[in-house]
Ligand binder design. Sequence first.
Ligand code: HEC
Length: 199
Amino acid sequence: MRKAFLIFTACGLLFAQMNEKEQNIIREIALQSHKEYAHVLRNALKTKLQKEGEAKAIEYCYNNANALTMDTSAKLSRKLKVRIKLKRVSFKNRNPYNYPNLNEYKILKRMEKEKTDENYLIMAEYPRKIQTFQALYVKKVCLKCHGSNLKDTVRKTLKKYYSHDKAINYKEGDFRGAIVVTIDKKSLKKHLNKLSQNQ
Ligand code: HEC
């Protein structure tokens, strides 16, 4: 991932008040979190698809996607010493929990319109949190479960587990949603204070 960072909204302004070194630390926290989570998801999907096929992979996602996300959030929080929450959001979502809130929705719409590169992170700051967004676009492999020409077994399995599925009929290159990293500002400030005391 290129180290590009766009500042999109700034409500709390903590980031703007920080010196360059502190801003770089936040950048690093966000980049590492996006990288690690994308890696975990990609690996899980690849292994399941190769070994057991689409239907089993969907079943696996249904049973484990949430736990995998929470687990990775906890691991990253320990490693980076800042409270991190990971998630995926989409307005054409499969899992009802992955629908964006109002602020996230606005950012997603803008990313879709501007075709934000997958290598960029969009940052939004709020009074209690900083969020970074990374766009996701549909690749060929995604069409097996998110496309329009689905195998019967895939269709059946999706119906069984996701009765309100909106995440089909995508085409290659479509905007699919975003990975969102939420950084808790209170723990971030503590971490930065500690770092500056140790200098
Ligand atoms: C084996 C089938 C399968 C494949 C292949 C697949 N997905 Fe999914 N995808 C799922 C399932 C099942 C969920 C719901 C997971 C859950 O319950 O949180 C999901 C959820 C998502 C979500 C979260 C938002 C939502 O709709 O709930 C995103 C984003 C996503 N997929 C993107 C992708 C992308 C990008 C690719 C290709 C790189 C891809 N998927 C490939 C099955 C698949």
